[in-house]
Ligand binder design. Structure first.
Ligand SMILES: [Fe+2]
Ligand SMILES: [Fe+2]
Length: 202
């Protein structure tokens, strides 16, 4: 689906700015740049990117798929969007480096779980329910400006990885797994999917 491809391309930019933010936080970057990072995360990452995930993708999944409407991973994804918006505020208002570090780590994990779980499920399940594309929208002028600001920030603070964070695909790499989410099979699979799975494994 085109919108999922667009989301994954946007993830590449957000992921790089998260690395740039992480360098800013741990290496004592210019305090004045906190508000520039916050602008990017509020306008592009929050408004444009999470806005369409929450406004187009998730409502379509809830409406068309036979899944419990308040089940994880959707609930986990939405809670993380809210948490990321709070951290963005703390970053912008107080140049809070701890919030910045937390935000970079959360974004990396958030992107991994969307790319490897949520989007994979959407790509497979929505067409099965007769939904082949979702309405999308182009960037506004402000969002376009925020994406250009990202390139400046990346140039200034070369993206840095946190060596303590081990990234990975699937539920097993997700910090919500077994805490607020039982994993995709337990949350979403129907009887037919379990039977199919069991017949293949015997
Ligand atoms: Fe998201
Ligand atoms: Fe995303």
């Amino acid at each position: 689906m085109k919108i999922l491809e667009a989301f994954m391309t946007e993830h590449e930019l957000i992921e790089r700015v998260a690395g740039s933010l992480y360098r800013w936080a741990v290496e004592g970057g210019d305090t004045a740049d906190a508000s520039r990072f916050a602008t990017f995360f509020r306008v592009y990452s929050g408004g444009f990117h999470h806005g369409r995930e929450d406004g187009a993708l998730i409502p379509a999944m809830v409406e068309h798929l036979e899944i419990p409407p308040d089940s994880s991973p959707i609930r986990v994804i939405q809670e993380e969007h809210e948490k990321l918006a709070e951290l963005t505020l703390r970053l912008g208002e107080h140049a809070d480096r701890q919030a910045a570090t937390e935000m970079a780590r959360m974004l990396w994990e958030h992107i991994d779980k969307e790319n490897s779980v949520l989007f994979v499920e959407a790509e497979e399940r929505l067409p099965r329910a007769g939904v082949f594309e979702l309405d999308d929208r182009p960037m506004t002028v402000e969002e376009e400006a925020a994406s250009l600001l990202a390139e400046e920030l990346i140039e200034r603070y070369k993206p840095l990885e946190d060596p303590e964070i081990i990234r990975g695909d699937g539920c097993i790499a997700c910090s919500a797994f077994t805490v607020t989410c039982r994993g995709i099979e337990a949350e979403w699979w129907n009887r037919w999917e379990w039977e199919e799975h069991l017949s293949k494994s015997h």
